[in-house]
Design a binder for this molecule. Structure first.
Ligand code: PEP
Ligand code: MG
Length: 572
């Protein structure tokens, strides 16, 4: 049997399935003190219900009504249970009368309901206890989104199966044991997918409800390129895939032999290939793949998977370790980009209707100068150990750049007063990932030393397509002429104003895009380290003049389908 999703990290692996179960939430015993706490807890409950219903509806939307009648019926039952007035009345009563916090109220109500169903004499009804438990788990998961049990030890050759993975789940995967993963939800630029690519683990997201056909211990073939999972294949299929896997590994090692070859076109133009990294180990691995530095250190990864904000000293040591591993190669260190799908368990994010349009990244840093200045001081202190550059994320306009630079100056002044050394000329750049920034690139270029184009967010904001929502994944298309025009304009304006322009969004690692972006004048590409050899292979086998012709043709095309088909054809 096969299940299909979005192949988000290429490679073929054969291993045993293991469902990532969330830890059951425990009773906390916290008693509510005042009326406003009661209102907050009820609001949290209502939000968890809506989120849970939306998740199940999404799964229904993915099911094939003809072949999966049973699965559909179960999901529909779950909607009925989630919206059951009795359950919600009981929870609200426990919160408002018994002053229980929402977590405890849900645990108790679900436990009672499970016991009630189990005690019924009717076989069908008593089996519904599992469904009640399931919706209870879903509600608790949505009340406590950070309660994954991801630090568990897995046997070798484990393929993780999960309804969803947070970026921190993916970060904490031990790649010596976990060889791949597949999830029900998520798209190609979710952070779990990005981290999978940088770890080189084949991965598939957006498999939908079908994934429940996989049981713990099933033998799986997972093809992270095609998005196919084959469940308990027969010997012949296993043999075929062993051959494919061997081909894939051979191709990888052939590309790897380009490691020390410069990324120069056949007409002698040098392109810089950098890696997107999360820590010093990634930096070291990236150099192994031939990276000439890092075009994006996602510092928020240091802030995730822990209980409290890292101190200035901890951050300093972390950044210094990265810079030392880079060995004088440049490292662009992006300041904290939390919010959206990157939540911190210890940071009180407000409940938001649209987190990707909400309180995130530079918006948080400007609002919390205490957090921002601590990070900036740590970065500045690390800057004497190598070639560091600072980059601000999610810039929407010039005021934010100026405000961020004021805080940077304060950090510099504080270090100067205490006699601590730092690179006084540290370059300062911004991510161009919001359409307003791209459209005003001519103005922003006068404020900074470099741009880095973040196509992941630029695409989602330009097209109004949530990058995490696999239901609309077909609309998430960086080859949309609107997105391409913005990218071309940013590169053009960067060059006109004599500042460096790079790209650190996922488009930089898409082989189809390489010649087009080179033709636009892009000379710095930053990507997951594992993608570097393939992109270098394209660069060394093509000329800039050919790339320019390709770009001119593409910019006249009005449809992304035509553009991608053409780029596919011209990319060898
Ligand atoms: C981007 O948006 O393209 C980007 C590189 O940032 P992130 O994926 O971390 O949001
Ligand atoms: Mg971004």
């Amino acid at each position: 049997m096969r299940v299909n999703g979005i192949g988000v990290s290429p490679g073929i692996v054969i291993g045993k399935a293991h469902w990532l179960k969330r830890q059951r939430a425990l009773l906390t015993g916290i008693v509510l003190q005042n009326d406003s706490d009661i209102a907050t807890e009820i609001e949290k409950f209502n939000k968890a219900v809506s989120l849970s219903v939306a998740e199940v509806e999404l799964m229904i939307g993915h099911s094939d009504a003809a072949s999966d009648k049973e699965g559909l019926a179960i999901m529909e039952t779950h909607i009925v249970l989630l919206t059951d007035p009795q359950i919600s009345e009981d929870v609200i009563e426990k919160i408002s009368q018994e002053k229980k916090n929402v977590n405890d109220a849900v645990i108790e109500v679900i436990l009672n309901a499970v016991e009630l169903f189990k005690s019924m004499n009717d076989e069908y009804l008593s089996a519904r206890a599992a469904d009640v438990q399931d919706i209870g788990d879903r509600l608790l998961k949505n009340l406590n989104p950070h309660s994954h049990s991801s630090t568990q030890q897995y046997p070798p050759d484990t393929i993780i199966i999960a309804d969803d993975l947070t970026p921190s789940d993916t970060i904490s995967m031990d790649v010596t044991r976990v060889i791949g993963f597949a999830t029900q939800v998520g798209g190609g630029t979710s952070h779990a997918a990005i981290i999978a690519r940088s770890k080189g683990i084949p991965a598939i997201t957006g498999c939908g409800h079908e994934l429940i056909n996989i049981k713990d211990g099933d033998l799986l073939i997972l093809d992270g390129q095609s998005g196919d999972i084959i469940i308990n294949p027969d010997e012949t299929v296993i043999e075929q895939y062993h051959v494919r896997r061997a081909d894939w590994l051979a191709q990888n090692s052939q590309l790897h032999s380009l490691k020390n070859t410069p990324a120069s076109t056949t007409d002698g133009i040098n392109i810089k290939l950098f890696a997107n990294i999360g820590n010093a180990v990634d930096m070291e691995q990236a150099i192994g793949f031939g990276a000439e530095g890092s075009g994006l250190l996602r510092t928020e990864l240091l802030f995730m998977g822990r209980d409290a904000l890292p101190t200035e000293q901890e951050q300093f040591e972390f950044y210094k370790a990265v810079v030392l591993k880079a060995k004088d190669k440049p490292v662009i260190l992006r300041t904290l980009d939390i919010g959206g799908d990157k939540q911190l368990p210890y940071f009180n994010f407000p409940a938001e209707q649209n987190p990707f349009l909400g309180y995130r990244a530079i918006r948080i840093c400007l609002n919390r100068p205490d957090i921002f200045i601590t990070q900036l001081k740590a970065i500045l202190r690390a800057s004497v150990f190598g070639q560091l550059k600072i980059m601000f994320p999610m810039i929407s306009g010039i005021e934010e750049v100026r405000a961020a630079k004021v805080i940077l100056q304060q950090a510099k002044d504080e270090l100067t007063t205490t006699g601590i050394a730092f690179d006084k000329n540290i370059p300062v750049g911004i991510m161009i990932e919001i359409p307003s920034a791209a459209i005003t690139a001519d103005m922003l270029a006068k404020e900074v030393d470099f741009f880095s184009i973040g196509t992941n967010d630029l695409c989602q904001y330009t097209l109004a397509v949530d990058r995490m929502n696999e239901q609309i994944k077909n609309l998430y298309d960086p080859y949309n002429p609107g997105v391409l025009r913005l990218i071309a304009y940013v590169i053009e304006q960067g060059h006109k104003n004599n500042i460096e322009v790079g790209m650190c969004g996922e488009l930089a690692s898409d082989p189809k895009a390489t010649l087009l972006l080179m033709g636009m004048g892009l000379t710095e590409f930053s990507m997951s380290a594992a993608a570097i050899p393939q992109i270098k292979n394209i660069i060394v086998n093509n000329s800039l003049s050919a790339a320019k012709k390709i770009q001119q043709r593409v910019m006249k095309m009005d449809s992304s389908h035509i553009i991608t088909a053409y780029l596919q054809e011209v990319t060898q």
